[in-house]
Ligand binder design. Sequence first.
Ligand code: GLU
Length: 635
Amino acid sequence: MNYGRVVRISPLAKVTAPLTAGVLALAGCGAERTETSVAPVCAVVADGGPVVDGYRTDMAAVHTSSYSVVTANPVATRAACAVLRDGGTAADALVTAQAVLGLVEPQSSGVGGGGFLLYYDAATGAVQAYDGRETAPAAATENYLRWVSDTDRTEPKPDARASGRSIGVPGIVALLAEVHGEHGRTGWRELFDPAVQLADDGFDISPRLAGAVAAAAAHLAVDPQAADYFLEADGTPKPAGTRLVNPAYAKTLGAIASDPTSFYTGAIAGDIVAAAADTSGGRTPSQMTVEDLSAYTVKRRAPLCTGYRGREVCGMPPPSSGGIAVAATLGVLEHFAMADHKPTDIDLNGGRPSVMGVHLISEAERLAYADRDRYVADTDFVALPGGSPQTLLGTDYLAGRAALISPQHTMGTAKPGEFGTSSAPAPAVPEHGTSHVSIVDAEGNAASLTTTVESPFGSFHMVGGFILNNQLTDFSAEPAGPDGVVIANRVQPGKRPRSTMAPTLVFDQAPAGQPQHRGPLYAVVGSPGGSVIIQFVVKTLVGMLDWGLDPQQAVSMVDFGAANTPETNVGGEHPVIDTTDDGDHDPLVQGLRALGHQVDLAPQSSGLSVVVDDGDGLVGGADPRREGTVMGDAK
Ligand code: GLU
């Protein structure tokens, strides 16, 4: 496969100044460094420079030898890479990455949130799916998000998201403890050292964090801890480059490092309950209790693995809809010769997507979203049609769905399949935020973690130096449709809100003559982006598997696709798209409009993190729309 221009890490990379986001830097991650004696591991290569107009142009794939980590923030990537360098496993590096991300990218993820992890154990060939999703408190009945109470039928104040009602019982700490218990090698405690040190010594607010603080300043001002941390004394948002210290977070991590269960049963649990019930600014309190926290469990799910172009694609089953929708989309696309529709003018930024390529993928996604919207919820509460994902992913069923696609005209809005069940389609809920971590360690184990506090800064409630999620707004606030038919994804006590997160692992074909064995790991993929995650992951997979793009090109390529509406997204932040006059001069936009698509050119904010094993080492790609980097060992 031709990977075009490639940045390789020089074996004698010079150690220079400490890393700052968005700057070309070369930095070792060892403690003692001299110019020539430090192995050039965990070095930052050209990271694309600052994000300009939502995009870093001409990023090149990063080739490493035996291990690689991609996160959405260079400080987190480097800390996780150092764990891998020192012999840690992917599970170990994941713990450090999350602890640092919770500090330097608190708008997206942290210990007050949840996540989904697919883990590949190279020794056994097993893929495990960890569900660390937030859970509705026992008191959260079906009107929890829409009414203050049965007697006060007004919306929680100031709105459901910014009230205490949106806060689910956090799951990520339990998830990390569980995967570390099963796959960790480095001591749990020391994995928190980098984040504790950074929290105590301080770190500089990155441009992306500064933008998020500015956008959320009015909400952050309502919460005493958040205001104190993110805003100046006069209430203005702290700008990029401001040094932040977070001793409260260092203390929280210290407690988790000593005993992760203390998060759920000790003083931290009490503090979380109190913060969630805080009524500053007239906020409606949460009804979460310490019993809700102590009852939290990570759930083990059966990974959802399906075939595509001879490879095996494994995703997350419910309560995420991501795995099912990605698999359904690919299953429909398998009926089309996608390789005939590759982008033209392929360059480092992925080239210019073809009209038919975007059309077919968007149509397949409309069909997949139609089923997802209607049928997918927490399967511990609401069964899928036929009682398993196989009904929505059956070969004959998807062949029938593929036959609904016309190459001449968009279907606009797709109908869900009919299975004789009576769930109503859920109204769309706003979602933006989240982070994705992709890791391969030196033994070939891999972690694909999508981690989230749901919207930027979650519920805007802060405690112990971290943000509490607003994940419960991923439920439908309305328990039933206008016709009274119940909505599968309505709030119920102890239920997990439907997600769109789609951590993905791809494997090559099984070895010849051994179909029962899993083939070698090919790719680790995932992205934030709320309900659009499905589109980000699909375009990346098709980019690599059908169009031969390297992971960076596939990530950098225009973000496009559709949910189940007549609108088709074409990311206007990409330099190849001409957005003047609402795209009237852009050939892709023109072509899609001729097929009846209503093209939406709003900038897309994927945060794809991808690692591919090309048989000759690892190749990583970080999203040019965010601040992330790829690091690993020398090639
Ligand atoms: N809460 C969303 C989900 O679970 C993710 C939010 C985002 O990616 O911004 O699907």
